[in-house]
Design a protein around this ligand. Structure first.
Ligand SMILES: [Zn+2]
Length: 118
């Protein structure tokens, strides 16, 4: 990666743009605020649902299944490549954070880790 293209986030305390890295932390030269970008990202990630390859998902997206899965109570498997339209993001239930209607299965909950944005 070209180091010149790497932009550090501005200071969350004073919005100064001249932040620099010190080990794991970012430091602000203006107000001496120190913070961990990893923790910031984690906090932000709580509200973001990503698919198997890291695309951010939103309500209404169409996704496809990337891993064939057994479906509880159904004789058929949910096959890789199955398109799922109009997903709805929900607060996770046993790790399932997508609610959707799947052709041939009806309404079901999916894990974002087994879908890919179409
Ligand atoms: Zn600052």
């Amino acid at each position: 990666m070209d180091p010149m293209s790497e932009t550090l986030p501005p200071c969350p305390a004073c919005a100064c743009e001249y932040t620099y890295e010190m080990g794991e932390l970012l430091v602000c030269p203006e107000c001496a605020h120190e913070w961990s970008p990893a923790e910031e990202a984690e906090a932000a990630a709580e509200n973001v649902v990503k698919d198997a390859v890291g695309n951010v998902l939103a309500d209404g997206d169409t996704v496809s299944i990337v891993k064939t899965m057994k479906v509880k109570g159904s004789p058929q498997d949910l096959k890789i490549g199955t398109k799922v339209r109009n997903i709805r993001l929900i607060s996770p239930v046993n790790g399932h954070d997508i609610d959707a209607k799947v052709d041939g299965f009806g309404p079901m909950k999916l894990k974002s880790s087994i879908v890919k944005k179409a």
